[in-house]
Design a protein around this ligand. Structure first.
Ligand code: ADP
Length: 284
């Protein structure tokens, strides 16, 4: 990692060290279950989260009273059998779906009760996304895709944010691809552009929904290495959903879901350990 990226990361951390005024007000609210000290350490938190789809005979409880914390500068993989609630949990955490009950907190901001406009702003300004299908705009160049969220937000490119952008582009090896459109890039390069787009805005947290699901093993390794490095060297917080034990092996921590509940957790995972736990879960 280049020194400039590390310096910029330090600045990003400094920028995030103090919550904005509205969050400060929440921090002193005795009704708020978050303690001030945790505000500084947690990037995201789910408290008693439940999500029910449908009603009557067709009712499905996709999440059943899930409480989980995501510490800053940590890489977490969410795993579990198909239908266990992984996508639902990630979508609720990222403000893309609304839980039936419970609470989601990003940084020090509680999502419950935010207006659509505030939620859209929060997603745009404080959350980065990396999707399985890359989700790049085909008519825009790589650079235009990377800066799109900032451009939509009307954020000025000052010297600090330009330096950060440059270091992200160089770190991800995209400098000589910036004028290419997505169709002129390999899958791995497209996902690197998506990672750069997520990192460029220095979000509180990056969510990845099967980010390597469409990639061959070499490109997967590259993209996971980039996510790993963004956590280790830049202090970024990353949470991915994956079914791939090798991908989970890049994380600091794996959270296992089954039937909408967190049933297990593994720290310092290896692909073999993750595979073992997954086999146990699938046998239950
Ligand atoms: P996973 O990502 O682990 O495969 P999901 O979160 O997609 O699991 O789904 C959890 C459960 O919720 C599954 O039983 C699924 O069928 C159900 N589900 C997910 N989305 C919807 C929806 N929009 N309407 C009804 N049921 C849904």
């Amino acid at each position: 990692m280049k020194p400039s990226a590390t310096a910029a990361a330090g600045q990003a951390e400094a920028n995030h060290a103090d919550p904005p005024p509205t969050d400060r007000a929440q921090a002193t609210d005795p009704q708020n279950p978050l303690q001030p000290a945790q505000h500084r350490q947690l990037a995201a938190r789910a408290i008693g989260l439940s999500k029910v789809y449908g009603s009557g005979d067709t009712q499905v409880r996709a999440l059943d009273d899930v409480s989980v914390d995501f510490a800053r500068a940590e890489f977490t993989a969410i795993m579990g059998p198909s239908g266990s609630g992984k996508s639902t949990l990630m979508h609720c955490l990222a403000g893309l779906d609304v839980a039936s009950s419970g609470m989601v907190v990003i940084g020090a901001t509680e999502l419950t009760g935010l207006s659509d406009k505030k939620l859209t702003q929060l997603r745009r300004d404080r959350i980065g996304f990396v999707f399985q299908a890359f989700n790049l705009v085909p008519t825009l160049t790589a650079l235009e895709n990377i800066t799109l969220p900032m451009d939509i937000a009307g954020r000025k490119r000052d010297a600090d944010s330009q330096a950060w952008l440059d270091s992200v582009i160089d770190t991800l090896g995209l400098r000589d691809r910036l004028s290419h459109r997505p169709s002129e890039l390999s899958g791995g390069q497209q996902q690197r552009v998506a990672c750069a787009r997520a990192l460029a805005g220095r979000p509180d947290i990056i969510f990845g929904d099967e980010p390597t699901g469409n990639l061959d093993s070499r490109s997967s390794g590259e993209v996971l290495g980039i996510l790993r490095q963004s956590v280790s060297a830049l202090g970024q917080t990353v949470v991915i959903v994956t079914h791939d034990p090798r991908a989970a092996g890049y994380a600091d921590r794996v959270v296992f879901l089954a039937d909408g509940q967190i049933v297990d957790e593994l720290r310092e995972p290896t692909a073999d350990k993750v595979l073992d736990r997954m086999k146990n879960l699938e046998q239950v």
